[in-house]
Design a protein around this ligand. Structure first.
Ligand SMILES: [Zn+2]
Length: 395
C-alpha cells in the first residue's frame, strides 16, 4: 500500500469524532487528509495519528473482570463479550503449550456439550499456534453445512468476537433454535490468523497480515507477513518480494501461508457438504457477494443476492444498522486471491459471502468493546436467517 493510502487508511481507522470534527470534519475527503494534515502538522502527521490511535485504543478495550479470570480456575472459560480477548501465550510446560481465551472457549464448549460439539485442529499458523475449529452437529448424514471464519485480518478484533458470540448463541442457547442444529451442520473457525491477532494485541494494533517470514529475511530486508485474504489460489496475483511491506502483499505463491492452506484443505475435504461460506471482516457494514476479483457477476448471482438479502433484512431489523449489499467490485474495489471468491470458484460453494461488520469509519478497526454485543446480536440474526433457508429444506 502506498504511504498515502496507508495514512488515509489509518486516519479512517482511528478518527476520534470530536477531534476530527474540531480539526478536519468538513474539510477532508478520503483523498485530501494526507495532504491537508501534512500542511497543518508538517512532519508530525504520523504522530498526530499515533496519538489518536493511542486514545482510541486505550478506550477501546476495558480490563478483564476479576470473575472472568476466576472462571478459568473453576473449569469454565473466561471468554466474555464485554471486552476483546488476547490470544494469550503461556508457558505451560516444557513443550510450551499455547493457551488462548478463544481456543479455551472452544474446548469448554466441546467438553460441556459433548453431544453436539467437537473441536478439531485443522493446522498450525506459521508461528505454531493451533488453528482450532469447532464442529457443531446433532449427527446424521447428508445435512447441509455452514462454514464461518473470523479473524482472517488481525486488526479486525470485532470479527473473532462476533464469531464466538455466534457460537455462544448457537450452542448455549440451542433450545431456542433447535431446528437450526437438527437440519444444519456448522464448522466455525473464530481465529483464522492467530499470529497476526496476537501481534495486533502485543505490538501493532493495526497489523493486518500473517506473521510469516516469506517476504522478510532475518537480515532485515523485506517485511513480515502476507495478506491472508489475497493468498487464496483463485485468480491469485503474484506479489513481488519488493511488495512484501505492503499491507495487501499476496505472498510469493498462492497458499504460501499455512493458515490459508489449512482452511482450504479442510473446506475441500467437505466439498459438497458445505453450502454456505461466511467470512467475517470489518469494517464498513457491507455484505459482499462474489466476485471480488472482477466486475462481472456469477451466473447465479441473483440467487446469491436473494439469500444474502434475507440475512441483511434480519440484521437490520434488530437495531436498524444499515448494510450495503453487492459485490466487492461494486462497493469497494476489485481484489484478487480472496477467500470468498476461492470458496465459490474452486470449492464450488454456491453461497459464499464476506461480511464487513460495523462501523463505517468513526472507530473503524478500533471499535469499542461495548459494541461486541449489539454487533453480535444483529450478525447472529443474519446467520440464523441464512440457516433457516436450509432448515426449511431449500438448497
Ligand atoms: Zn478484513
Amino acid at each position: 500500500m502506498a504511504l498515502g493510502n496507508l495514512l488515509i487508511d489509518r486516519w479512517r481507522q482511528v478518527r476520534t469524532p470530536s477531534f476530527v470534527k474540531m480539526l478536519c470534519a468538513h474539510l477532508f475527503t478520503r483523498i485530501i487528509p494526507t495532504l491537508c494534515c501534512s500542511v497543518l502538522y508538517g512532519s508530525s502527521f504520523d504522530s498526530v495519528v499515533t496519538k489518536l490511535q493511542a486514545t482510541a485504543i486505550e478506550s477501546e478495550n476495558p480490563p478483564m473482570e476479576p470473575e472472568d479470570e476466576e472462571w478459568e480456575n473453576r473449569g469454565g472459560h473466561r471468554l466474555s463479550w464485554t471486552r476483546y480477548h488476547r490470544h494469550k501465550d503461556e508457558q505451560v510446560s516444557f513443550t510450551s503449550l499455547i493457551v488462548s481465551d478463544i481456543d479455551s472457549y472452544l474446548d469448554y464448549l466441546a467438553y460441556t456439550y459433548t453431544d453436539i460439539c467437537q473441536t478439531e485442529i485443522i493446522g498450525k499458523s506459521s508461528q505454531g499456534r493451533d488453528l482450532k475449529l469447532l464442529k457443531v452437529s446433532t449427527g446424521g448424514k447428508g445435512k447441509p453445512a455452514i462454514w464461518i471464519d473470523g479473524g482472517i485480518h488481525a486488526r479486525e478484533w470485532i470479527s473473532p468476537a462476533t464469531v464466538t458470540y455466534i457460537l455462544l448463541h448457537l450452542v448455549e442457547f440451542r433450545d431456542q433454535h433447535s431446528e437450526l442444529l437438527d437440519s444444519v451442520d456448522w464448522y466455525i473457525l473464530p481465529l483464522a490468523n492467530p499470529d497476526g491477532y496476537e501481534y495486533s494485541h502485543s505490538t501493532d494494533r493495526l497489523w493486518r497480515k500473517t506473521r510469516s517470514r516469506v517476504g522478510g529475511s532475518r537480515r532485515g530486508s523485506g517485511c513480515y507477513g502476507v495478506d491472508p485474504n489475497r493468498n487464496w489460489d483463485f485468480h491469485w496475483a503474484p506479489g513481488s518480494p519488493s511488495d512484501s511491506c505492503r499491507e495487501d502483499f499476496s505472498g510469493p505463491r498462492a497458499f504460501s501461508e499455512p493458515e490459508t492452506r489449512a482452511m482450504s484443505e479442510f473446506i475441500l475435504s467437505r466439498q459438497g457438504e458445505i453450502k454456505v461460506y461466511l467470512t467475517v471482516h470489518s469494517y464498513s457494514q457491507m455484505w459482499l457477494v462474489p466476485w471480488g476479483y472482477k466486475e462481472e457477476k456469477p451466473r447465479d448471482y441473483y440467487e446469491m443476492y436473494t439469500l444474502a438479502e434475507k440475512g441483511v433484512e434480519a440484521l437490520e431489523a434488530i437495531r436498524g444498522t444499515d448494510y450495503l449489499l453487492g459485490t466487492a467490485a461494486e462497493l469497494l474495489y476489485t481484489a484478487p486471491g480472496g477467500s470468498d471468491d476461492w470458496a465459490k470458484g474452486v470449492a464450488g460453494i454456491k453461497y459464499s459471502y464476506s461480511i464487513e461488520l460495523p462501523d463505517t469509519g468513526d472507530y473503524g478497526f478500533v471499535l469499542p468493546a461495548n459494541q461486541i454485543e449489539p454487533v453480535g446480536q444483529e450478525t447472529w440474526a443474519a446467520v440464523k436467517a441464512i440457516a433457516t433457508h436450509f432448515a426449511d429444506g431449500h438448497n
